[in-house]
Design a protein. Structure first.
Length: 174
């Protein structure tokens, strides 16, 4: 993953703490947490950035993905959550954070129909339930911030952040 993906956009200590706890989850618990969070937040996710999200910018993830078997879809979700260097993960990593939110929102809405669902015998771990409880205590904008932070740290991108003047010791020239 690029170094730009390591720069947090979270503002409060509480939201950073939630994000850090999320990062300690295993990949399947991360995916379950996202699913439960989208279920709880419902249709409020995309209206948070109504003009900034464009599902047409993600044809591989919102088109080709649906043609995969459920086992392949789950593998793709895991690759994205892990930041693996794969076609789908690169497609995801190249999206804006708002479009990344749209991808997860679309997948959550289609789970069990066109997208692989949670296994029928899946039981959320105490860590997932605790994290969901903590997010539910946040104000809506903080919830969106946590969700955007999680979504933006997934996927693969080889684009590197431009070093600052302080890092290079050089001034820019015209």
């Amino acid at each position: 993953m690029s170094t730009a993906k390591n720069d947090s956009q979270l503002l409060s200590k509480e939201t950073q703490s939630i994000f850090d706890a999320y990062n300690k989850l295993g990949v399947d618990d991360k995916l379950a947490f996202l699913y439960f969070l989208y279920e709880a937040m419902g249709d409020e996710v995309t209206p948070a950035a109504p003009t900034a999200a464009d599902p047409n910018l993600a044809p591989v993830l919102l088109g080709d993905f649906y043609d995969l078997s459920w086992e392949e879809q789950l593998a793709v979700m895991r690759q994205i959550a892990n930041g693996d260097d794969t076609e789908y993960s690169r497609s995801y990593g190249g999206l804006t954070p708002n479009n990344q939110l749209v991808v997860w929102f679309a997948w959550a809405q289609d789970m069990g129909d066109a997208v692989v669902d949670l296994p029928a015998d899946y039981e959320a771990t105490d860590s997932v339930n605790s994290l969901l409880d903590r997010v539910e205590q946040l104000e809506f904008q903080q919830q969106i911030s946590v969700l955007r932070e999680i979504a933006s740290k997934m996927g693969y991108s080889n684009i590197q952040a431009i070093p600052t003047q302080a890092e290079t010791g050089k001034t820019s020239s015209l």
